[in-house]
Structure formats: C-alpha cells, structure tokens
Design a protein around this ligand. Structure first.
Ligand code: ADE
Ligand code: ZN
Length: 334
C-alpha cells in the first residue's frame, strides 16, 4: 500500500503556503532578515506545535509568518513546497496565500504574489507541476479590510484564480463576507471558503448559499446534517479534507474516528489535502498514508480521491482529461 500511495498521481487543492514553512527555513529566514525568534532550535519549534484547537494553531502560525519579508523569501518558501510536491508525485496544486498576514506588517501585496508566482512558474517548467493561486481573506478581520485586499488583487488577476476564506471560523460566519465575495465573483474570481472545520454544518450551507462557493474547504461537520449530506452528494460539491490537520487540531480524536471514508462511500466529492504540512506532520503522501492505515480504504477508493480532486480543480477541461488518464493508467497497471 505504501508504494501504491507514494506513486499515485496526486492533486492538492488545500494548502496554505505559509503553513509549509518548515522550522529549518524559518530559522534561515530569521537569520537572513535579522528577526529574533522565540525559539532556540528547530527541535524547540517542533515541540511547540501541540495544539488544542484551531485558534491555538493560528496564533503560532501567524507568528511564524513574521520571518517572511522579501520577494526572495516568498519564492524560497514556495519552491521548498514544490520540491515536496515532486517527491510526493503531486502533479497539480492549488495554493492559498493570506495577503493580509503580510500587508498588515507593511509587506506589499506585489512582493508576496511576485515571489510565489515566480516559483510556481519555475515548477511548471522544471518539475512539470501545474498550479493555481487562491487568495484568502482572513475572517477575523473586517469586511472593509477584505474589500481593500480585493482592490489590491485586481492588478494580479492574471495570477490569482479564486478568492478564499480562512482563519478563525468561530464567531466569523460566511455571511460577514457575502458582499466582498459577490464583488470578487463579478470581477471573475472563482470562490472557495473554509466552512464546517470547527464550526457548525450551517456554515457549510451558508458558504454555498451566501458566498456561492465552487468548493468547500474541510466541510467535515456536514455529518451533523443528513439533508446537507444528501445535497452535497447530489450536487457533487467538492470538500477539500485535511486528515492530519483535523487530528492535530482535535476536530477528530484519532484518525480511526475520521469520517472521510464514510463521506466517500456516501457519494460525496471528497479529496485529501495537507493544509499546513509543516505544522501538522506531513505532506500529501503522509496524509494518504495516515488515512489508509487507520481506515479500510481500497486502492480504488484511494485513486478515487485523486480523480475527485481533478474534477474539483480549477484546471481546464482538456487538462482534466489528461490528468484523469494518468490516474486511470496508473490504477490499471498496479
Ligand atoms: N489558516 C491556515 N490553516 C487554516 C485552517 N486549517 N483553518 C482555518 N484557517 C487556516
Ligand atoms: Zn486550511
């Protein structure tokens, strides 16, 4: 099973680029940018990654991002993630970034996008990995702040395919961002949102109805509403599920309690993703391995997760056909 998973062509749809900042690179950038870290070693950093819930993670994650200052830093961060993709046989990735985490510290939007975009283009040429970029609004900040961020993004419309919504779900329901999502969609951006990670199933319904999202990030709390489960299966609304994240943030007590296989077998369009791999203990292959060792997945079902992700991705039809062929060819020869 390990070899099967390692070599399976994979598609990632839920990855926060700031969450791929490994402690080693954090140290290197802190030194390069003369920033003092509250840790003495990479071991000490890793030891601090014990989380009780989403907020306890977010506090540490935003602090880690403080070492990112220059275009080169964003480039190095993104390139390091793409090299992991190559090892894991990720052939296409759709990456989130949180512009407000950086513009709040007076780092310009152009620097952030510039560095990420250059690394993505290099990966396409040198590693054969295609990608799309998604800009997330931080939901703990105001609607006004999100509108200003959207304004900054307009000049980069050629590099950003969609808007998203992340950060603290509790107390910041989708409705808060209805108007900014509408405006983004009028400008031609697609839309995704974190919903039903820690928050209730109603947030999933509201993300779909009020924000008109093209897919739901996490969405695992859909299990609390039978009617929502039925409508998600019927509409084939994709859920970008992040198993290691969910256990690290105590959304599920253990991987054997995770509902991903149950949702797949109910016909929901579920996918596997790594979320913030530097903080949660693993990239795409690790996430596949974790679910396959805790739950009775068949090889066909694991490959179905890749096929679901291709359908749920924002790539063109012809490219989807090619990628599906790749997965089906792989399945046929194992
Ligand atoms: N930002 C980074 N990772 C996140 C997560 N899992 N949920 C909400 N916001 C996030
Ligand atoms: Zn996420």
């Amino acid at each position: 099973m390990e070899v099967f998973i390692q070599q399976l062509p994979k598609i990632e749809l839920h990855l926060h680029i700031e969450g791929s900042l490994e402690p080693e690179l954090m140290f290197e950038l802190a030194k390069r940018n003369q920033i003092e870290l509250p840790y003495k070693s990479t071991n000490e950093i890793r030891a601090a990654y014990q989380f009780d819930n989403l907020q306890s993670f977010l506090d540490i994650y935003y602090q880690g991002a403080n070492v990112l200052l220059h275009e080169q830093d964003f480039y190095d961060l993104t390139w390091a993630y793409l090299l992991k993709c190559k090892i894991d046989n990720v052939v296409h990735t759709e990456i989130f970034f949180d512009p407000q985490t950086h513009t709040e510290r007076d780092i310009s939007f152009d620097i952030v996008v510039g560095g990420i975009h250059k690394a993505l283009k290099r990966a396409e040429h040198e590693l054969g990995i295609t990608s799309n970029l998604i800009m997330c609004f931080l939901r703990h900040l105001s609607e006004d702040d999100a509108f200003s961020t959207l304004e900054l993004a307009l000049k980069h419309k050629d590099k950003i395919i969609a808007v998203g919504l992340d950060s603290s779900e509790q107390g910041h329901p989708p409705k808060k961002f209805e108007r900014v999502f509408k405006q983004a969609q009028e400008h031609g951006f697609l839309a995704v949102a974190h919903a039903g990670e820690e928050g209730p199933a109603q947030n999933i319904i509201d993300a779909i109805e009020d924000l008109k999202v093209d897919r739901v990030d996490h969405g695992v709390r859909c299990i609390d509403s039978e009617s929502l489960m039925v409508s998600l299966a019927e509409s084939k609304m994709p859920l970008t599920i992040c198993p290691l994240s969910n256990t690290k943030l105590k959304v599920f007590e253990s991987m054997s309690q995770h509902n991903i296989l149950q949702l797949l077998r109910r016909g929901l369009q579920v996918t596997i993703n790594s979320d913030d791999p530097a903080y949660f203990g693993g990239y795409m292959t690790d996430n596949f391995l974790a679910v396959a060792s805790a739950l009775p997945f068949s090889k066909r079902e694991l490959a179905q997760l890749s096929l679901n992700a291709i359908d749920a991705s924002f790539i063109e039809k012809q490219h989807k056909i090619q990628l599906k062929q790749k997965v089906n060819d792989y399945l046929a020869q194992v």
